[in-house]
Design a protein around this ligand. Sequence first.
Ligand code: DX5
Ligand code: ZN
Length: 218
Amino acid sequence: PVRPQINPSILSADFANLERDLAAIATADHVHVDVMDQHFVPNLTLGLPVVRRIAEVSPVPLDVHLMVEDADRWAPAYAEAGAASVTFHAEATQAPVRLARELRAGGVRAAVAVRPATPVEPFLDLLDEIDMILVMTVEPGFGGQAFIEGTLPKVRRARAAVDRAGTGTRIQVDGGVSRATIARIARAGADVFVAGSAVYGAEDVAAEIAALRDLAAH
Ligand code: DX5
Ligand code: ZN
């Protein structure tokens, strides 16, 4: 199996000390950047100017998670802003394949996210068009929510389809990932783990990243 990736979410960082809090996760695989527009989700975070600066100072590549309406219009700009991967929501695009192709043509990895009640099946026939599937394990919008157990079968079905297709498509989970849940989610087949409150709420951030990575590998 591939080495699990841990992507801390800066949603749980101190927004007045972003540079410090980015430096603290230098041992992570990516920094997960949650962009929210107050329409697709009932929260507002940050946009292009802030993402550009994060890209300049971050010690690790950017995994940008767009929780915005009209992803077809906005996602390509986040590729240009310095993201390594751009995740858009299935519920916010009219043309996921066209958008994924556009992102890839811009040199970034393209990923599709599904909310807990959105089926992943339509994308399992399109795996060679995308680099990663994000199975949301909470309703998007806020950090610190409880993991939704009912999302695990979706992770399992995505894993089975990816293994069958042999595309190496990554399966990411986001929401409620902690020491208490990560091993179970890894066994269901996820290989990229977003963790906000678990990482930034820890006494020792680097130790928490290492602990999560270790638990995900078993
Ligand atoms: C929620 C965001 C998540 C959030 C996860 O909408 O997409 O990335 O930061 O936070 P935790 O890990 O605290 O559930
Ligand atoms: Zn996220």
